[in-house]
Design a protein around this ligand. Structure first.
Ligand code: SAM
Length: 259
């Protein structure tokens, strides 16, 4: 029997050692599964980065096969994904570290949350929290949410869309990278069931105005409020929200309903 390290050896602190070229997470998310980086399209996210802790790596390796979704272009059956329960499913794009996602899932177990991000430490953290807190209404997807919506989700399939503190891309030459734009909203709305709720929040005021303008201009949506929405008490504080508030930023929510 070989005693040399393999792709699945685990060190004392829970980190995995691996041979050169072996995948970091043998049973975890595939890197760029749908080839998003090869599409000639402007993306709304920074490349993946960040150190993955031992606990996060352990959660990814053990839980991804059951609760992970590779965004690889294969059509998704949401009912099957959530164990055949038929619960309504909301899509959260850009969950970051996932603490707020886990709290929302715990507070409302009768709603499924399909949480998507490209941030590996966050994927590990959310899987860890889901297991720790017994949250079987959370699934974690890795990759570009645009491909998930475009190629994998059927029309009218989602009960909601949540986008909390998306990257603000403050420089004018980067505004084209902002997620909330007319084309994206048209695509997302086509995957929402009638009555589905679109909820966005940001601490970047010019982006808040853009969200309000773009969502107001989409004929398939109606504003649930007059202008910006009051912050709903069920939306937990997120990491980026906390950082924005510490800098003195003002937070705005927008809530629209699919007609
Ligand atoms: C500024 S962070 C906010 C994270 C979290 N919502 C919070 O408030 O703490 C935005 C996140 O959105 C993710 N993101 C941006 N565009 C995305 C896309 N098209 N698909 C998946 N994730 C995306 C980024 O990777 C990043 O983790």
């Amino acid at each position: 029997m070989s005693t040399s390290p393999t792709a699945t050896d685990t060190t004392a602190d829970g980190n995995r050692s691996r041979t050169a070229g072996a995948p970091m997470f043998p049973d975890g998310p595939a890197a760029d599964p749908a080839g998003s980086h090869h599409e000639r399209r402007i993306r709304s996210f920074h490349p993946r980065r960040g150190r993955v802790t031992g606990a996060q790596a352990d959660a990814i390796n053990r839980l991804w096969p059951a609760w992970g979704v590779d965004i690889d272009g294969t059509p998704l059956d949401l009912t099957a994904l959530f164990g055949g329960t038929g619960i309504p499913v909301v899509l959260e794009i850009g969950f970051g570290m996932g603490d707020a996602t886990a709290r929302m899932a715990a507070a409302d177990p009768s709603t499924g949350i399909l949480a998507v991000d490209v941030h590996t430490p966050g994927q590990g953290n959310l899987l860890h929290l889901a297991e720790r807190d017994g949250l079987d209404n959370v699934r974690v997807a890795n990759g570009d949410a645009v491909i998930l919506l475009r190629d994998m989700l059927p029309p009218d399939s989602l009960a909601g869309l949540r986008v909390y503190f998306p990257d603000p891309w403050p420089k004018a030459r980067h505004h084209k990278r902002r997620l909330i734009q007319p084309d994206f909203v048209r695509l997302a709305v086509s995957r929402l069931a009638p009555g589905a709720v679109v909820h966005c929040a940001t601490d970047w005021e010019p982006y808040a105005e853009q969200m309000l303008d773009v969502l107001s201009a989409e004929p398939a949506l109606r504003n649930a409020h007059d202008g910006f929405a009051p912050r709903p008490d069920w939306r937990p504080m997120t990491k980026f929200e906390r950082q924005g508030l510490a800098k003195g930023h003002v937070v705005h929510d927008v809530i629209f309903v699919r007609r």
